[in-house]
Design a protein around this ligand. Structure first.
Ligand code: AHR
Length: 327
């Protein structure tokens, strides 16, 4: 047996175990042969944030509701794990592969393997930067550039007519990921006309609370004056809030905070005056994804790009929305 075949077998076993443990399971044998159930292999980024947990739950629940067998694999934020999972899905001859790519580049080879095996691929949440559009059938998810732009527009408005430099520190998402790249560029674009906004430090916090706290602690030590924190997601903002409080400062007042996601914990922090603006990124993609899967399998044409509808919240709006917030 070749090394590659052996590796694929190991990966196959890994996904089979995950399937048995996950909510979409069915023991691995309840596929096309036994009940003509649609089988979807789904490779998730990981469990790095509250947003991600809500996204996983949405996809697993929607699959169940739609009668789709979901082979769920958690990549623990590693591209190599996603590639292994996709190869395993190909080997298992699933009907459709869906995945949220941890980073944007480096997918062409494995996506070509899926294409050669005639298994359609749907991108969900995050995009790939492949030039070959035939490697996937559709991309369902947010417009991350627009999200960054909304955060920047808020900042410009907030400091309109106020003199003096505004020192901004930025907590970036996972390096190389679509949301980190796009939220950074959207924000930069929105503030570029106003030289008073200075991004004095910018570093990745990998979309996690722990890293957000750690990097914010470093920012607080190295930067003599921080006016604003722009966090690429709520978990990093929440970690940073702990660091700010431990440094004896008031988040939302001494350091104003603009973040992205709109999860419940952030809305609670907003109701306490600790976050000043939150741009929504909707994780509830499960129903739309299952609809797409069914259409693709039925040979219907689907849009290449489906953008998620999203808003943005002031503290007052977040406080009002909190009792009914689903995630
Ligand atoms: O891809 C979506 C982003 O990934 C969310 O903003 C973040 O919370 C998650 O980890």
């Amino acid at each position: 047996m070749s090394k590659r075949a052996a590796a694929a077998l190991v990966a196959g076993a890994m996904v089979a175990v995950l399937t048995a443990c996950g909510s979409g399971g069915g023991g691995g044998s309840a596929g096309k042969g036994s009940g003509h159930k649609l089988v979807v292999g789904f490779s998730q980024v990981g469990a790095e944030s509250g947003w991600r947990t809500a996204n996983t739950k949405s996809i697993q629940e929607s699959a169940k509701k739609a009668g789709v067998e979901l082979k769920f694999s958690d990549a623990q934020q590693k591209q190599e794990n996603q590639i292994k999972a996709i190869r395993s899905f190909i080997q298992q001859k699933v009907d459709v592969i869906a995945f949220s790519p941890v980073v944007e580049s480096g997918w062409d080879t494995v996506l070509k393997e899926a294409k050669d095996a005639h298994i359609p691929v749907i991108l969900t949440d995050r995009a790939v930067d492949s030039k070959d559009e035939s490697l996937y059938v559709s991309f369902l998810g947010s417009d991350f550039v627009e999200e960054g732009k909304k955060a920047g527009d808020w900042l410009v408005k907030e400091y309109q007519g106020k003199p003096g430099d505004v020192n901004v520190v930025q907590l970036e998402g996972t390096t190389g990921s679509a949301p980190a790249n796009d939220r950074k560029s959207g924000f930069a674009d929105a503030v570029k006309g106003e030289p008073k906004f200075k991004v004095v430090a910018s570093q990745t916090g990998d979309f996690t609370r722990a890293k957000g706290k750690e990097v914010m602690q470093a920012f607080l030590k190295s930067q003599p004056k921080i006016d604003v924190l722009y966090a690429h997601n709520d978990d990093m903002a929440l970690g940073a809030i702990q660091a700010i409080e431990e440094a004896g400062k008031k988040p939302g007042t001494d350091i104003r905070i603009v973040s992205v996601d709109g999860v419940k914990d952030a809305f609670t922090a907003m109701s306490q005056g600790k976050i000043n603006y939150d741009v929504e990124c909707n994780p509830l993609l499960g129903d739309q994804l299952m609809d797409l899967v069914k259409k693709v399998k039925a040979g219907e044409s689907v849009p290449r790009r489906i953008k998620t509808e999203e808003g943005a919240f002031t503290p007052e709006q977040a406080t009002a929305a909190l009792p009914n917030r689903q995630y």
